[in-house]
Design a binder for this molecule. Structure first.
Ligand code: DGP
Length: 119
């Protein structure tokens, strides 16, 4: 496997165990943990273990992991019972969309009503 430059983001530190996180799911491709600043009663982040800075930078060879992240989001939603009333999955890409951590992550949000369009 090609050597990756060190992932200096906060999520890289979580992946290396340098800072703690409340992990709710882990497999060989991804890690899911509770968001430290939740904006819903349930707010889980799902991240790939390989460093993809943002969705728009995902490569052809990473298309499988993109699907896996969504699959895991749905599984966690079911495990938490969020599928009964509905939930939301969000990816912020880039500064204009308020991405603050440049390691791709899915926000799984549930446990309250959401409005549309999002802010
Ligand atoms: P975004 O704005 O889409 O890049 O979302 C980044 C999210 O990461 C934000 O909701 C807060 C969360 N976050 C930032 N630092 C930490 C941390 O150290 N631990 C955890 N669990 N979440 C973090």
């Amino acid at each position: 496997m090609k050597e990756e430059p060190e992932n200096t983001t906060i999520f890289g530190k979580i992946l290396r165990g340098e800072i703690p996180a409340e992990v709710v799911h882990e497999d060989i491709h991804c890690l899911a943990f509770k968001d430290i600043q939740p904006v819903a009663p349930q707010h889980i982040l799902i991240i790939p273990k390989r460093h993809i800075p943002r969705l728009s930078e995902a490569t052809e060879e990473q298309r499988t992991i993109l699907g896996h992240l969504l699959f895991v989001a749905a599984k966690i939603a079911r495990d938490l019972g969020l599928d009964r009333e509905g939930f939301r999955v969000v990816v912020n890409d880039g500064e204009r969309a308020c991405q603050s951590v440049f390691h791709l992550h899915l926000h799984l949000l549930g446990g309250r009503d959401f409005s549309w369009p999002p802010g």
